[in-house]
Design a protein around this ligand. Structure first.
Ligand code: ATP
Length: 236
């Protein structure tokens, strides 16, 4: 059984069909990318599986448990953490307080200080700036904080929406390295990215979305050499 199984998922915004019956799966330990043009439905997919919007029909099973009727805070408790697009950290709180809030749903409060130290080791930039107001961090630092905050819930899977958006090339590389580290530490990753080339380079498999449907899927190493993918998404 896959960790995450999405089956024939339909999502509408009013009369508009944003997802028209998509199915895909994520196995434990994998990095999976969803790639596609603007408006293809990538963010909608992530928001549906984290419980922020509701499905019209279809199912999302996480370790066998149906998520489409599960409230968002329960979904976090079950081990799915979301790094949202545009980062959405708590702008007026410090770095440290943002990290603490990431652990809000945890029952094992005694382990939180150690996990904060682990985050500081992974993101030394955050350690240096732990008392800085988050809204004054640079874009890349805010992205690191959003990732750190998500990891503070000790997730089984992290879903990330466009983590490289708006970052300088060097920071983009840093963020992708961090994603690889997260996987190495045993956390599964579902990644939505416009930067298809970088995303495929670190993924096991990927799904290509076009106007609410999955049009192509396969091993990332095959997709990266696929002519249609190259043309449409890799700028070659
Ligand atoms: P991008 O890469 O541009 O973020 P995406 O693949 O993440 O795109 P979505 O944000 O999931 O795409 O949007 C899918 C479709 O649903 C788009 O046509 C979008 O305009 C539409 N849509 C998204 N949110 C809403 C909303 N709240 N109300 C109406 N339509 C919406």
């Amino acid at each position: 059984m896959a960790m995450l199984e999405i089956n024939d998922l339909h999502v509408n915004y009013g009369m508009i069909a944003a997802l028209k019956g998509i199915s895909f799966e994520v196995n434990e330990g994998e990095v999976i990318s969803l790639i596609g043009a603007n408006g293809a439905g990538k963010t909608t997919t992530l928001h549906t599986l984290t419980g922020l919007i509701s499905a019209k029909s279809g199912s999302i099973k996480f370790n066998g448990v149906e998520l489409t009727k599960t409230p968002a805070h329960k979904i976090v408790e079950m081990g799915i953490a979301h790094v949202p697009e545009g980062r959405r950290i708590f702008q007026n709180l410090t770095v440290l307080d943002n990290l603490k809030l990431g652990a809000f749903t945890r029952k094992d409060k005694e382990n939180i200080p150690k996990d904060i130290q682990d985050i500081y080791e992974r993101f030394p930039r955050l350690a240096e700036r732990k008392n800085q107001i988050a809204g004054t961090l640079s874009g890349g630092e805010q992205q690191m904080l959003a990732m750190g905050r998500a990891l503070m819930s000790r997730p089984k899977i992290v879903v990330m929406d466009e983590p490289s958006m708006g970052l300088s090339p060097i920071l983009v590389s840093t963020i992708f390295k961090i994603i690889e580290d997260i996987r190495k530490s045993g956390t599964t990753v579902l990644l939505v990215e416009q930067n298809a080339k970088k995303a495929l380079a670190i993924s096991d498999r990927a799904y290509v979305l076009e106007t609410g449907k999955i049009v192509l899927s396969g091993k990332a190493s095959d997709l990266i050499n696929d002519e249609s993918v190259k043309k449409a998404y890799l700028g070659e």
